[in-house]
Design a protein around this ligand. Structure first.
Ligand SMILES: *[C@@H]1O[C@H](CO)[C@@H](O)[C@H](O)[C@H]1NC(C)=O
Length: 306
């Protein structure tokens, strides 16, 4: 009569074969079929913005489903009512990539976005990695979190398409920024150097929604002004045109309704470009309304030891 239970030695032999088969064959197979539930990435608390620069929003925990921080691609069809007829793109710099976009939003879209921001403004804050605070010496403006209506969703789609539907790129919730006379934002970066700890802001669209103002230019002291006068349509070419101190300070974009500046904050290796140091010069008269469209880059976390 054959033994009905295998001997212990048989079991150990079997285990010796199974363990390497599991590690080198089965586990990778399972991971490739079920990437979502295999490595259980946990984007924990220490991956937030670090102390390097100020933030409009403090992503203390970076859960990609947190719709107070990013705009999840939830499949809601975007019905684009007053979509821009088509925008025109002009290359300003290759490294960092800086593009100027004419008519990125239509006048109707810009007006609508300003409308839905009204009654929602609160003073803008800066974030130093530890606390959020109001500091009018550094930043004086009001901000409003925009509800994701059709126009906002269309703009999210446009921002994704513009960047080639790049994987692991998440459009952050959009904030309108309103600058009254004397409103400004001192020089700062939009990136924080936090990619190694989970994610960072890869790119920025700075869209002008309302430019009923004097001053209020967007200055990049470390970018060089292109030769010739063709760019003077968009860039300050005379002293003090848009609130700047002078032409020696890099380039200053004039606020022009519907137009946008797009730039990449991070190099291919994930480090931040120092050339993206920028400021909103003080508005001297009237009101400027800007819209930030930030793209958060968060590649899947690699497992320790790989
Ligand atoms: C800007 O003007 C609005 C309307 O007058 C006012 O409510 C708001 O407090 C002002 N904001 C700042 C930062 O001065």
């Amino acid at each position: 009569m054959a033994s009905s239970s295998p001997k212990l030695s048989t079991f150990i032999t079997w285990l010796l074969y199974f363990v390497p088969v599991y590690i080198f064959v089965l586990d990778p197979l399972i991971r490739s079929f079920f990437p979502g539930n295999s490595s259980s990435p946990s984007w924990d608390e220490d991956q937030g913005a670090d102390t390097f620069e100020e933030w409009d929003h403090a992503p203390s925990t970076l859960h990609l489903t947190d719709d107070s921080f990013i705009s999840p691609e939830d499949g809601v069809p975007a019905n684009c009512p007053g979509e821009a007829e088509g925008y025109r793109v002009h290359l300003l710099s290759r490294a960092p990539l800086v593009l100027y976009i004419e008519n990125f939003v239509s006048a109707a879209e810009a007006d609508h976005l300003v409308d839905i921001s009204l009654n929602k403004y609160t003073p803008s804050i800066i974030y130093d990695g530890v606390t959020e605070r109001i500091d009018p010496a550094k930043r004086l403006s009001d901000r409003a979190l925009l509800d994701r209506d059709d126009t906002v969703r269309c703009l999210e789609d446009r921002a994704r398409a513009f960047q080639g539907w790049r994987p692991h790129l998440y459009i952050e919730r959009m904030w309108a920024q309103r600058y009254n006379a004397s409103g400004h934002y001192r020089h700062h970066y939009d990136w924080t150097g936090s990619l190694a700890r989970g994610g960072d802001r890869l790119s920025t669209f700075m869209v002008y929604l309302g430019a009923d103002c004097e001053g209020g230019g967007t200055n990049f002291p470390r970018l060089k002004r292109p030769v010739g006068r063709t760019w003077c349509r968009f860039l300050e070419c005379e002293d003090g045109e848009s609130g700047g101190a002078g032409l020696e300070e890099g380039i200053t974009f004039k606020p022009i309704k519907g137009n946008a500046i797009f730039w990449e904050n991070l190099r291919a290796d994930g480090t931040g470009y120092p050339e993206t140091w920028h400021a909103a010069y003080p508005v001297t008269k009237g009101t400027k309304v800007g819209l930030n469209i930030w793209s958060w880059y968060q590649p899947p976390k690699r497992r320790a030891g790989r």
